[in-house]
Write a protein of this length. Structure first.
Length: 267
């Protein structure tokens, strides 16, 4: 199997993006469970980054790739790929919910509630398993982008990493709250991100064996669909839930401006 010339860099970017959940695990120890405004800002920021990147970078790149081989129908292929990405994300979201209600951490504070710690720990472990499933296609997306266009791959890697920090918090916070042990919380938040480099390795194997090079543009469009779905279905509702409309909007606009600046610098 012939690996891309920049395989090492691509897998490194994917590893960095995946293990950003560990950063979220560290942040969880400093964030008070009943004050999640910083999480609201972070979720809005991540959504702004991912939506801006999808429409301003990934989709135009998909058009450029497909126009070479399909000059008369590339726009419909991009359109179809985008819809396929949304459908994939919706199916994953339907069968594997990707977050828990943070109110589980605060309800049931009375001494009579003897099963609270078990329930909260179980919620944290379930969240870690769910995030592993969600991160798998993200790892494929990051690796694919990095192997084809390094500047785009760096942008996607940054966007996914920012998105993974709140996920690390969502895993570590309930486990730490239930067990009081930082090492367990850090372990599970880190493991939840390792599915991204695993997804990259499996993805490159499948691409090499079963998918012709001309379909990479279609996959780029699907990646954009997945990222947009995650932003609007998960990140933005949670940003408003944990903060308020103004905080989430500040995060969204900041994320878009940050990504715009990064595209200019990486240029």
């Amino acid at each position: 199997m012939n690996l891309p010339d920049n395989f090492g860099i691509a897998i490194t970017i994917t590893m960095f993006a995946g293990l950003a959940t560990t950063i979220g695990g560290c942040v969880a120890f400093a964030v008070k469970p009943d004050n999640l405004k910083i999480l609201s800002l972070g979720l809005g920021f991540s959504a702004g980054v991912m939506v801006f990147l999808s429409f301003m970078d990934i989709l135009p790149e998909a058009c450029k790739m497909l126009a070479v081989n399909y000059p008369n129908s590339y726009d419909w292929l991009v359109y179809g790929g985008f819809i396929v990405g949304i459908a994939i994300a919706a199916l994953i979201d339907y069968f594997i919910p990707d977050h828990i209600d943070q109110q589980q951490l605060f309800d049931c504070k009375e001494p009579m509630c003897r099963h609270r710690n078990h329930a909260v720990k179980r919620a944290g472990l379930f969240t870690a398993a769910a995030i592993c499933v969600h991160n798998f296609p993200e790892g494929m997306a990051t690796f694919l982008a990095s192997s084809q266009n390094l500047a785009l791959g760096i942008s996607v890697g940054i966007a996914i990493a920012i998105h993974n920090i709140p996920e690390g918090i969502a895993v570590a916070l309930p486990i730490y709250n239930a067990t009081g042990k930082k090492r367990y919380a850090m372990l599970y938040s880190s493991l939840s991100g390792l599915s991204e480099p695993l997804g990259a390795l499996i993805g490159i194997f499948l691409f090499q064996l079963f998918m012709p090079q001309i379909l990479i543009g279609f996959l780029f469009a699907a990646v954009a669909g997945i990222m947009v779905y995650i932003s609007f279905d998960t990140l933005l509702p949670l940003a408003r839930e944990y903060g308020n409309g103004h905080l989430s909007m500040i995060g969204i606009v900041s994320g878009m401006l940050f990504m715009w600046m990064m595209m200019i610098l990486l240029g």
